[in-house]
Design a protein around this ligand. Structure first.
Ligand SMILES: Cc1cc2nc3c(=O)[nH]c(=O)nc-3n(C[C@H](O)[C@H](O)[C@H](O)COP(=O)(O)OP(=O)(O)OC[C@H]3O[C@@H](n4cnc5c(N)ncnc54)[C@H](O)[C@@H]3O)c2cc1C
Length: 433
């Protein structure tokens, strides 16, 4: 694609990640008719990891991305690589899905962060990857009970985890606001946009085709194949993957009605002075605490603090987020006196009523892994490997995420506003337990 043409693509969110990621690989719009084994709609980490794992095995894969690689959640998130779900501990998953599917899902989650960092190392992806662990600190003393239970359930399943006391988590994070923490060694953090673009580059080098500026407009079944059209081209393939998560549009209308979208903001401070940066998260881990109202912290390579928040009232969010975040930063890290924010951006998170990710069958040989509920980096990348297994014949009900029926929800856009407003209730609960 020429520079001029690339300028006409929707720009990435004005994030820290877009400002610091290495240049993306050269990609172009689809201008022809192609045949492939698998056509993948969506160029986030799920679709790109799927293309990479398929290409490694000699399966021809074509990715169609409406905008740019990593344009959706994958390029806008906080870059925490977390091998657990926000809601859904091992015993509860096994109780819900049964011993086979439940334990399979738990093992899939447990290994997802290691798989992500292994892939980054294998392909030398330049994305500021730091695998120093992920902590979930207790924001109230009473939350230690939950973390002890969580620790027991994960370590019984061979996760490498520790239970930290208040002093130990204070030493790792450089703040004394917490009462202890669950610490999982395989977690960490990355520049997520650089990782998405790096996956695109690795996939293309392995033989996958990645087209940007190529929105899938229609999907039709033709005989035993799928035909996906874009404004200037089409792809015919035996199998179809729709990996559009929170950016799912009208392509498969029922799919868009299976999730609600909430807007989450991310910010980064100005690079901290060296002595301050050394005192803030000295262990360079990533952390997101036990609040239901997300409260994450990490640093970037230049010593900026990166954190985020969701606002309950979707009005004037761009201006309201700054003082809100500055107060949070001040509470946790009073040593940061310069609370200027270099970058403020946002993205959509795909939520479901039971807060579980799932795989939907959308027809014969067609599948959609979706609804990561804000934890789709490691999971999406690990899902990519599962999708390569599926393309080689593994049944869709034997994958790491459970297969669930599509259950369209009525009044989905109103539900999105309600989900955002439910934060008020979450904050009350966070104060209580
Ligand atoms: C602000 C924020 C913070 C988050 N923090 C974290 C975190 O720290 N850790 C974590 O694990 N997860 C986090 N998440 C969630 C995570 O970003 C997502 O779960 C993950 O990126 C999903 O990846 P994906 O590839 O499935 O979807 P996406 O990355 O959203 O990609 C979907 C792509 O599909 C494309 N698309 C849509 N429709 C079409 C079409 N018709 N044709 C072609 N292309 C189409 C879109 O342009 C988009 O690029 C966060 C999300 C947000 C928004």
């Amino acid at each position: 694609m020429s520079d001029a043409a690339s300028q006409s693509l929707p720009a990435h969110a004005p994030s820290l990640w877009a400002a610091t990621a290495p240049p993306p690989p050269q990609t172009a719009e689809l201008l022809e008719s192609l045949k492939a084994d698998v056509v993948i709609v969506g160029g986030g980490v799920t679709g790109l990891s799927a293309a990479l794992h398929m290409a490694e095995r000699g399966i021809s894969a074509v990715v169609l991305e409406a905008a740019r690689a990593g344009f959706g959640g994958s390029g806008r998130n906080s870059g925490h690589i977390i091998p657990t779900l926000a809601a859904g501990d091992p015993d509860a998953l096994v109780a819900k899905f049964g011993p086979d599917a439940g334990e399979r899902m738990v093992a899939f989650l447990r290994d997802s962060a290691s798989l992500t960092f292994d892939l980054i190392r294998k392909y030398g992806i330049d994305c500021d990857a730091v695998q120093n662990g992920w902590a979930q600190p207790a924001h109230r003393a009473s939350r230690m009970k939950l973390l002890e239970k969580r620790y027991g359930e994960w370590t019984r399943r061979q996760a490498r985890a520790e239970l930290l006391d208040a002093g130990e988590i204070a030493a790792k994070l450089g703040t004394d606001i917490y009462h202890g923490a669950l610490f999982i060694e395989s977690g960490g953090h990355v520049n997520p946009l650089a990782l998405a673009q790096g996956l695109a580059k690795a996939a293309m080098e392995q033989g996958a085709k990645v087209f940007t500026g190529s929105p899938a407009l229609t999907v039709t079944r033709e005989g035993s194949a799928w035909r996906v059209t874009t404004p200037q081209g089409q792809v015919t393939a035996d199998r179809l993957v729709v990996a559009t998560n929170a950016y799912t549009g009208a392509l498969i209308p029922a799919l868009a009605k299976t999730l609600v979208r909430i807007i989450n903001y991310q910010v980064s401070t100005h690079p901290m002075a060296a002595d301050i940066a050394a005192s803030v998260i000295p262990s360079d881990i990533s952390s997101s605490d036990t609040r239901r109202d997300l409260y994450p912290f990490r640093k970037d390579r230049a010593g900026r603090l990166v954190t985020g928040a969701t606002l309950a009232l979707p009005l004037n969010m761009d201006s309201r987020i700054r003082p809100w975040i500055a107060e949070r930063i001040g509470n946790a890290f009073p040593q940061i006196r310069d609370r200027r924010l270099d970058y403020v951006w946002n993205g959509r998170i795909a939520m479901t009523p039971n807060r579980l990710p799932r795989v939907h069958s959308i027809g014969p040989g067609a599948i959609s892994p979706i609804a990561y509920n804000g934890r789709g980096m490691a999971l999406g990348i690990a899902m990519g490997k599962e999708l390569a297994d599926w393309a080689q014949g593994k049944p869709d009900d034997a994958l790491g995420l459970p297969k669930m029926e599509i259950e369209p929800m009525p009044f989905v856009s109103s539900l999105g506003r309600l989900a955002q407003a439910a934060l008020v209730r979450y904050r009350q609960l966070d104060q209580r337990d």
